[in-house]
Ligand binder design. Structure first.
Ligand code: BEZ
Ligand code: FE
Length: 326
């Protein structure tokens, strides 16, 4: 027989004290949310008769996640990012903002400030000679099919080993990260390399959580997009390359049927010459439709802390300068 004390007046009063209900200062919303969160967790401890060992193991796992900055990795793994997308989809449907390319999660590996180009960009730094050349192209249109010249298309993806520049210090800054402004016909084109899937590092705190659920930490080969244009709703999305074993088994739950795109092998000499390539390549075509909106707040991506390689360097430089003064 396990004890159940959650419903006692003593515990209920204690929860109110812990959440600061009897304090003047602080933030009312923070108090309400913390009270609810703690109530749910206290009740869970009671209901599942969580042992001291289990509780302190969880605390040490949280410490490890924080130490390794892995909450951004665990969040999609536990479906929070996809759940937020589902809420956005429902909000759009209620406001009758329908149509357009579906959104899907941003993930934790975007870096702001990538080099900009008009119409075309070479994204890779040629340091992966064995990788398959990817010719990535498409047209940005509104939901009526009208092209959107000048649309801002930000693209980022990993290399053939599943590693992202900035997070992988062996790669050049901004390797496989570019901002392309669509040409006069709304078209964007990038030359890059076919990315591979991504895997949560073996043994990392996120991996420990996933393994305890009997799950893997693999993502299929994918390419990220932010697409925006004045008068249109900002789009955060990804495409998944068809045929990957994890296309429909993504640990981050980002796959959407409409976003699975084939990489078509092209061997035709004229097509190769037209693109000034040396040999066969894979073409990926992804057209994008943006919903219209006059609401300026919907025309920009939501705010969240994001990495920025340049600023980071400045921060590092100022930190170095500060430590030099000590
Ligand atoms: C990614 O975009 O590669 C990614 C997304 C969620 C978790 C881990 C990686
Ligand atoms: Fe990714």
């Amino acid at each position: 027989m396990t004890v159940k004390i959650f419903g006692t007046p003593e515990v209920q009063d204690f929860l109110k004290t812990v959440a600061g209900f009897d304090q003047e200062g602080g933030n009312e919303r923070a108090k309400q949310i913390m009270h609810r969160l703690l109530s749910d967790l206290y009740k869970l401890i009671d209901d599942f008769d969580v042992s001291e060992e289990e509780y302190w193991f969880a605390v040490s796992l949280l410490n490890a996640l924080g130490h390794d900055t892995q909450f951004g990795l665990l969040s999609p793994g536990l479906g929070f990012d996809h759940f937020l997308d589902m809420r956005q989809d429902a909000t759009d449907a209620e406001a009758k903002r329908t149509g357009g390319t579906p959104r899907t999660i941003e993930g934790p590996l975007y870096v702001a400030g990538a080099p900009e180009a008009e119409g075309f960009a070479r994204m890779d730094d040629d340091s992966d000679p064995d990788a398959e050349v990817m010719w990535l192209t498409g047209q940005v249109r509104d939901v009526d099919g009208t092209p959107i010249p000048g649309a801002k298309v930000e693209i980022w993806h990993c290399n053939s080993k599943g590693c992202y520049s900035f997070f992988d210090p062996t790669q050049d800054e901004y390797n496989m990260r570019r901002t392309i402004y669509a040409d006069s016909e709304g078209r964007y084109t990038a030359r890059s390399i076919i990315p591979s899937g991504y895997g949560v590092p073996e043994g990392a705190p996120t991996d420990v959580v996933l393994k305890s659920l009997g799950r893997h930490g693999e993502r299929p080969a994918h390419i990220h997009y932010f697409v925006s244009a004045p008068g249109h709703q900002h789009l955060t999305t990804q495409i998944n390359l068809a045929g990957d074993p994890y296309t429909f088994d993504d640990f981050a739950f980002a796959t959407r049927e409409e976003l699975v795109v084939p990489a078509k092998r092209i061997e035709d000499k004229d097509e190769i010459a037209k693109r000034e390539l040396d040999g066969s390549f894979s073409e990926v075509v992804f057209d994008i439709e943006l919903a219209k909106t006059e609401q300026t707040e919907l025309q920009h991506r939501h705010a969240r802390p994001r990495a920025k390689a340049k600023e980071d360097k400045q921060d590092q430089a100022s930190q170095l300068a500060a430590s030099a003064k000590v």
